[in-house]
Design a protein around this ligand. Structure first.
Ligand code: UD2
Length: 342
């Protein structure tokens, strides 16, 4: 009799422990913070021993191996993530990168009348672009006196570099490759960890953060994310080094935003610059200038991360079902009025 009672008490005790563990695992958000902290600290110990870092004490939703966004592709056939709203948890990813003391160099070019876009670009970047992280803007212009005085936050830097004026907007756009290549070679090695090159006729409207960082990062062009590849405006003339044969190509990437590690972006810019020089020697200019060369490069050097058109939209007033948040967008401009030539 006593033996039977003791057995039942032991059984009830183990039952309660088991229920407690199941509750802890399925109701992380409703758990008391101190309990969660202990659990995560224990996990953190395990991760540390495998050389990984985990946010100690951070409470966040349990990741699911089954449930994700189903209305968009969030991975490419070569297993690079495609970043969309709903595919990452900003609290988790911020806390991982916070431990790494990184600097993100960001280049922007504003020559001729394009200096008028700088104020909005810089002010909105202060509000949305890598907020809480060290960002160093490198601004290239032929009119340093036109650079607006935008108050930058802590750990946000701006270096203005003067360039000679150019007569063709195509030359301005294409010259960015060589200027970036030299900037990385000569100045950035000990200054930054990642780099992005962004068009200036743009504005930030939502978070653009560390979820965008990767070894080699391309942004899917907002006009071509939902069309078949025969409509992509690749360079199809075999004479150009940017040539992509019909029936080939993965995505159409924008030239308005790309980035990655210094080493990878250096290789990209150097290759594009070399290819454009060969084109010039052969008296051909690719259809969409450096953007055509960028697309050729990404076809044979696959980006390790892709950003969805949330990271470069066409016009803030246009919406699309899949694009749930517009983070960065082109601003409307009258090309004939702002460009030095047509
Ligand atoms: C597309 C690309 C752009 C580039 C270009 C090449 C998109 C959305 N944009 O833009 O990135 O690849 O095609 O043909 O895919 N700039 C000046 N002053 C000028 C002209 C240009 O500073 O007078 C700079 C400025 O940073 C501008 C960039 O060059 O943002 C690209 O020029 P654009 O925006 O006029 O080119 P667009 O809109 O055809």
């Amino acid at each position: 009799m006593v033996l039977r009672q003791s057995f039942l008490i032991i059984l009830a005790f183990f039952g309660m422990v088991l229920c407690g563990l199941i509750y802890l695992n399925t109701n992380q958000n409703s758990c008391k913070p101190q309990i969660i902290e202990k659990v995560i600290t224990k996990k953190n110990w395990k991760l540390k021993n495998f050389g990984l870092r985990s946010p100690v004490g951070l409470v966040y939703n349990q990741p699911s191996a089954l449930v994700s966004r189903t209305d968009v592709a969030s991975v490419t056939p070569w297993l690079a993530p495609i970043v969309w709203e709903g595919t990452f948890d900003s609290r988790v990813i911020d806390s991982i990168y916070k431990q790494q003391n990184i600097t993100i160099a960001t280049t922007v070019f504003a020559l001729g009348k394009y200096t008028r876009f700088l104020k909005d670009f810089l002010e909105s970047a202060e509000e949305h672009y890598f907020v809480g992280f060290r960002v160093h803007f490198y601004l290239f212009t032929d009119q340093p006196e036109e650079v607006p005085n935008v108050k930058l936050g802590q750990e946000r830097y701006l270096t203005v570099k003067t360039l000679p004026s150019m007569n063709r907007w195509q030359d301005i756009s294409m010259s960015r490759m060589e200027i970036l290549e030299k900037l990385i070679e000569n100045e950035l090695a000990s200054e930054a960890d990642y780099i992005f090159c962004l068009d200036v006729d743009t504005k930030f409207y939502g978070r653009w953060g560390v979820e965008s960082l990767g070894r080699l990062v391309g942004v899917i062009h907002p006009w071509f994310f939902n069309v078949p590849r025969f409509l992509f405006t690749y360079e199809h003339r075999p004479k150009s080094q940017a040539y992509i044969p019909a029936g080939k190509g993965d995505f159409y990437y924008t030239g308005a935003a790309f980035g990655g590690s210094l080493k990878d972006v250096h290789n990209l810019t150097k290759t594009c610059r070399e290819q454009m020089n060969i084109d010039t020697a052969n008296s051909i200019e690719a259809l969409w200038h450096e953007e055509s060369h960028l697309n050729k490069y990404f076809l044979y050097n696959k980006p390790s991360k892709l950003l969805s058109p949330e990271y470069l939209w066409r016009d803030i007033s246009m919406s699309s079902g899949s694009v749930k948040i517009i983070r960065f967008s082109h601003v409307a401009k009258n090309n004939a009025e702002v460009r030095p030539n047509l």
